[in-house]
Write a protein that binds this ligand. Structure first.
Ligand SMILES: C[S@@+](CC[C@H](N)C(=O)[O-])C[C@H]1O[C@@H](n2cnc3c(N)ncnc32)[C@H](O)[C@@H]1O
Length: 288
């Protein structure tokens, strides 16, 4: 029986929650904007998992040890908001399709293309990017190589992303021209991303806070939508600058609408596309 069901769920005070959130801000670099009730529920879930009843004893776990790091990751995993879907912000994917068409049409496109979904949650964003890419590159240019990576702070999200299996109802989010080609219906009311996409996409755990030291190469396209809201306002511009640094010449950066924190960077120009917060890095091919 759970502690809550047994009427022994610990009460968590506002001050204790404040201390926990401070620990996550300091060590994981993220701010949690869920309601105190939701946060307390997840803390109780972790305490129950560890067989603990005393909130102060749980708080005492958050020191500098390896065990504390593991617990912070486990709690963060529960607290991150992983809401996502295929082709969320459809206009952003139209911008991507137009961008790829233009680069390929310029005749000077690189032979190998790389994509990054930063804060990919359970994978739908990277898979959507990949479907657009395969539709452009797989059309008469089978020699063109491309690959995509997705990274996220949540281990659970990364595991689910790697599986690439979703309830069949998500098919309705995928434009018809991609749905039949890139999703395999499975038994049991589920659908799986097709191998042609899965074989070129990879997911791993990474905190964007440490993007400056992450072993990331240069990408042609980076999407980082609906993630920056988890960073303190004063740190967002620095993270976007790091993303720009990881874009190759002429690369495309897409942020979530409304995530444009009055940020400016001399190496990019904003693309005029209503409802989409997209930037193109200077240099490279496919201008205009
Ligand atoms: C609301 S989801 C957005 C998913 C997807 N980008 C989209 O727009 O549909 C936010 C994701 O960002 C991840 N996230 C939050 N803070 C992060 C950080 N510091 N580093 C990497 N990922 C982070 C969360 O785990 C979550 O999966």
């Amino acid at each position: 029986m759970s502690l809550a069901a047994a009427g022994r769920a610990p009460e968590i005070g506002g001050e204790q929650l404040g201390l926990l959130m401070q620990a996550l801000r300091t060590h994981a670099g993220i701010t949690i904007d869920s309601t105190p009730g939701v946060i307390a529920g997840h803390v109780r879930e972790r305490m129950e998992h560890l067989g603990m009843l005393d909130v102060d004893a749980y708080l005492a776990l958050f020191d500098d040890s390896i065990a504390a790091r593991a617990e912070r990751l486990a709690l963060t995993d529960l607290l991150t908001v992983k809401e996502t879907r295929f082709f969320r912000q459809p206009a952003a994917f139209q911008v991507l399709a137009q961008y790829l068409d233009k680069v390929v049409g310029s005749g000077a496109a690189p032979a190998e293309f790389s994509f990054w979904s930063a804060g990919c949650s359970t994978g739908q964003e990277l898979y959507s990017m990949a479907m657009v890419a395969e539709a452009v590159f797989g059309h008469g240019e089978s020699w063109r190589e491309w690959h995509g990576i997705g990274s996220d702070l949540s281990f659970r999200a990364v595991v689910q992303a790697r599986e690439g299996v979703y309830p069949e109802k998500v098919l309705g989010d995928i434009p018809v021209q991609y749905r039949g080609r890139f999703m395999d219906p499975k038994l049991g009311g589920r659908a799986r991303v097709a191998d042609v996409i899965r074989h070129r996409t990879h997911f791993f755990h990474s905190n964007l806070l440490h993007v400056d030291v992450a072993p990331f190469a240069s990408f042609n396209v980076i999407f980082c939508q609906n993630v920056l809201i988890y960073f303190p306002r004063q740190e967002r511009a620095g993270i976007i600058d790091q993303l720009v640094d990881r874009l190759g010449p002429g690369g495309l950066l897409v942020l979530g609408p409304g995530e444009d924190v009055s940020w400016q960077n001399p190496n990019v120009e904003r693309l005029l596309s209503p409802g989409v917060c997209a930037y193109r890095k200077n240099g490279g091919s496919g201008r205009g």
